[in-house]
Write a protein that binds this ligand. Structure first.
Ligand code: 3PG
Length: 398
């Protein structure tokens, strides 16, 4: 269901579940990509004369208020981007929220405090989630689900709330789903996938499903060292997901029998410690010294990966190649991002760290076909899982 299905929204209180979970340094926003991604829906609702009530989580507070997870820093930036004042409620469903919502005029916008300050938002028990969703529903006449980054979560504001009010998907959810389906459903070939990030265990499902779909899978980031270990190499003090070692060996065998090219780094940038100023050296992937840890893929690997991306018709990239936050270990991530930016095919950057890396490293976002705002959500969609926040919008619950 799209926004049109909600009819004329002038004067109506429309609750928008956005994902404004942006990275913060204190109260400074280090990447405002998710706020910008919320604008198409919010601007449309403002133009339609709706009274817009934005709800979101930030971080993972445990069901009670914590200053460092307040959404307050997000409100000013949202106001700047929207070009109008945005009100802020210091609670989510309490007196402040009720007053702020009651005070909205047509076309005005308010943000309520972090949903996860309320235990009902993430409660395991469905009845608790439903009770909290009922309190949220009192604040609106219609619901727009636009927090793509969180649609894989069965949480009160994502799942239960959608059953209590007339509900529709927002612009961002629509765009994200279309872009990611284009990658998984009959991708133009060669279809190349680049996976990075620290933990293999976060990527198990997606690797399994891609082994049946991709032509090439390039493995970088911290997780590459578990692959190197599985191939029998010593990896020094690099990150090792020991529990997944056997599974990874299975993937290597599976890729071979399925004719999928599985590419692992041939060299690495290593250092004696995880620190920005640690002395970095480049070594071959089969010669990592016992007292050193790999913090990036090496220049030869970066070149190899770039050559595997250059002729791709479809590319999906999730997870940085190294500790890109430290300049000495940003080369792999920068090189892969540059290869995607130059690739003529359809290029999708999965959300989370890789999307942040593209922006933090200063790439022109228009060089990529799609930069997702969802980390876990985009992976689960690629994996072919049904996402609660999407499937509930497809059902007729009201
Ligand atoms: C994300 O950062 O991937 C989304 O905002 C979801 O956050 P969560 O993993 O804490 O549910």
């Amino acid at each position: 269901k799209t926004l049109e299905s909600l009819g004329d929204l002038r004067g109506k209180r429309v609750i928008v579940r956005a994902d404004l979970n942006v990275p913060l340094d204190g109260t400074a926003i280090t990447d405002d990509g998710r706020i910008r991604a919320a604008l198409p829906t919010l601007s449309r609702l403002v133009e339609a004369g709706a009274r817009v009530v934005v709800i979101s989580h930030l971080g993972r507070p445990k069901g009670a208020p914590e200053d460092r997870y307040s959404l307050r820093p997000v409100v000013g930036r949202l106001g700047e981007l929207l070009g109008q004042d945005v009100a802020f409620a210091t609670d989510t469903v309490g007196q402040s929220a009720r007053e702020v919502v009651a005070g909205l005029a047509d076309g005005q916008v308010a943000v309520l405090e972090n949903l996860r300050f309320n235990p009902g938002e993430t409660a395991k028990d469905e009845a608790d989630r439903l009770a909290f969703a009922r309190e949220l529903a009192e604040l609106g006449d219609a619901f727009v689900s636009d927090g793509f980054g969180v649609v894989h979560r069965k949480q009160a504001s994502v799942y239960e709330l959608a059953q209590l009010l007339p509900a529709a998907a927002g612009e961002l959810v629509g765009t994200e789903v279309a872009a990611l389906r284009k990658v998984t459903e009959e991708p133009a070939r060669p279809f190349v996938v680049i996976l990075g990030g620290s933990k293999v265990s976060d990527k198990l499902g997606v690797i399994e499903s891609l082994l049946a779909k991709a032509d090439r899978i390039l493995i970088g980031g911290g997780m590459a060292f578990t692959f190197l270990k599985a191939q029998g190499h010593e990896i020094g003090t690099s990150l090792l997901d020991g529990e997944q070692l056997e599974t990874v060996k299975g993937y290597i065998a599976q890729a071979e029998s399925a004719g999928v090219e599985l590419v692992v780094p041939t060299d690495a940038v290593v250092a004696p410690a995880f620190a920005a100023d640690a002395p970095a050296t480049v070594v071959a992937a089969d010669a990592i010294p016992a007292d050193q840890m790999g913090l990036d893929i090496g220049p030869a690997s970066t070149e190899l990966f770039a050559s595997k991306i250059a002729d791709a018709e479809t590319v999906f990239w999730n997870g940085p190649m190294g500790v890109f936050e430290f300049d000495a270990f940003a080369g792999g991530t920068r090189g892969v991002a540059a290869a995607l930016a130059d690739a003529p095919g359809y290029t999708v950057v999965g959300g989370g760290d890789s999307a942040a890396a593209v922006r933090i490293l200063g790439f022109d976002e228009s060089k990529f076909s799609h930069i997702s705002t969802g980390g876990g959500a985009s992976l689960e969609l690629i994996e072919g899982k049904s996402l609660p926040g999407i499937s509930i919008l497809e059902e007729d619950t009201k």
